[in-house]
Design a protein around this ligand. Structure first.
Ligand code: PLP
Length: 377
């Protein structure tokens, strides 16, 4: 990704790389010492900026990186990062050669795919693969043990492949009820028992499983949300072994302030009416930045005070109702801490009736990411 440092717009996401480093350190302390961590940096590192995030978590001791698509892995390689990378999603068999040449591991789960991929991996190269088992997520993965046995044979017989790992993914690791989790775990163990040999990396845990279920670890964990300082779900918040520090915050500055008289209107549809004389501010962020219209009414922090969004959120601008006149240039924090107030990513998620994962991911690339790095990194 571009590392632009000069911006002509007063809206930015601040990425606290020290917090990221410290979250990883705490996770590593919590896990058994020999656990490999693959840090999930898909989707531009959940919106945090993939290259800076990748460099920081590798410096903090993670073993490798996990992304969803081959394109994401190639972006990381282009930045000169040589750590192991696993593509968790499905890749076209025709693109296996590209992955092999860049030493990128792919997820495999179809017999025909393996036969086709074998033909396109160039001579002198081998493709690293992890077998995905579907133990109950119902998304991608091998579901039948006969298929697993056949894939096991295909991979061992061919010098076009390096069989690096086997994994599964939990559907309910972030819920208190463990029944379905346990069902998936025993199915995975059954799959492992069907194999003639075990590859080096065996993994099942995402953040929730790694932090709450030590029996999910095998020798590797795939950590995403927790390293960004966010909780996998409200339900398990109190079970987590350490406090996480949120890495992502979102800020802007007031570009215009005016006094409306009672009866005057704000925004498209003119559907907000000042009920008395009111100070209204405009901030340069809107739904094209991922600050979506449903956030109308949400309170952001201006000059240390909670102020509500009024009127319809526009594509590029949003209006606030201030308790008093504030100068142009006043910093407004939409997500994060300012003076005595804190808007967590979870607060925004709650307002939008969704999960914290979706919030940082959907702040668009138009919002520059500014990296804060003071201490350890
Ligand atoms: C994204 C992802 C993870 C990381 O999950 P978190 O809940 O963010 O820790 C792990 N495994 C797979 C297959 C994923 O797609």
């Amino acid at each position: 990704m571009e590392e632009k440092t000069v911006f002509y717009r007063d809206t930015w996401a601040e990425i606290d790389l020290d917090a990221l480093y410290s979250n990883i350190s705490q996770i590593r302390e919590h896990l058994p010492r020999n656990t490999n961590i693959f840090a999930a940096v898909k989707a531009n590192a959940y919106g945090h900026g993939v290259i800076q995030t990748a460099k920081t978590v590798l410096a903090a001791g993670v073993h490798g990186l996990a992304v969803a698509f081959l394109d994401e892995a190639l972006t990381i390689r282009e930045a000169g990062i040589t750590a192991p990378i696993l593509v968790l999603g499905a890749t076209r068999a025709a693109d296996a050669g590209v992955a092999a040449v860049h030493n990128i591991s792919l997820t495999v789960f179809q017999i025909d795919w393996i036969k086709e991929a074998e033909k396109v991996v160039p001579l002198g190269h081998a493709l690293r693969v992890h077998i995905k088992c579907d133990t109950g997520m119902g998304r991608i993965g091998v579901t039948k043990e006969d298929d697993l046995r056949e894939i096991d044979v295909l991979l061992r017989q061919s010098n076009r492949f390096i069989w690096d790992g086997i994994f599964t993914h939990f559907a309910t690791a972030d819920q208190l009820d463990e029944a379905y989790y346990n069902k998936q775990l025993s199915r995975f163990k059954y799959f492992l028992n069907c194999l003639k040999m075990h590859p080096p990396y065996i993994h099942a845990a995402n953040s929730a499983a790694a932090l709450c279920h030590s029996d999910s670890l095998f020798n590797t964990a795939r950590i995403g949300i927790a390293m960004y300082g966010l909780t996998p779900s409200d339900e398990i918040k109190d079970l987590l072994p350490f406090t996480r520090k949120e890495v992502f915050s979102l800020h802007t500055k007031i570009v215009h302030v005016k006094k409306l008289q009672a009866g005057e209107k704000v925004g498209y549809g003119a559907d907000y009416t000042a009920s008395e004389d009111e100070w209204i501010a405009t901030i340069p962020i809107g739904y094209a930045d991922g600050w979506i219209r449903k956030l109308r009414g949400f309170k952001v922090i201006a000059d240390g005070e909670m102020v509500p969004i009024v009127g319809k959120i526009c594509m590029d601008q949003t209006m606030l109702k201030l308790p008093k006149k504030m100068p142009i240039g006043t910093q407004v924090t939409l997500i994060g801490k300012q003076k005595n107030h804190f808007n967590s990513v979870d607060d925004v998620a709650k307002k939008l009736e969704t999960i914290n994962y979706e919030i940082t991911c959907t702040i668009t690339n138009r919002v520059p990411r500014v990296y804060k790095r003071q201490g350890i990194v």
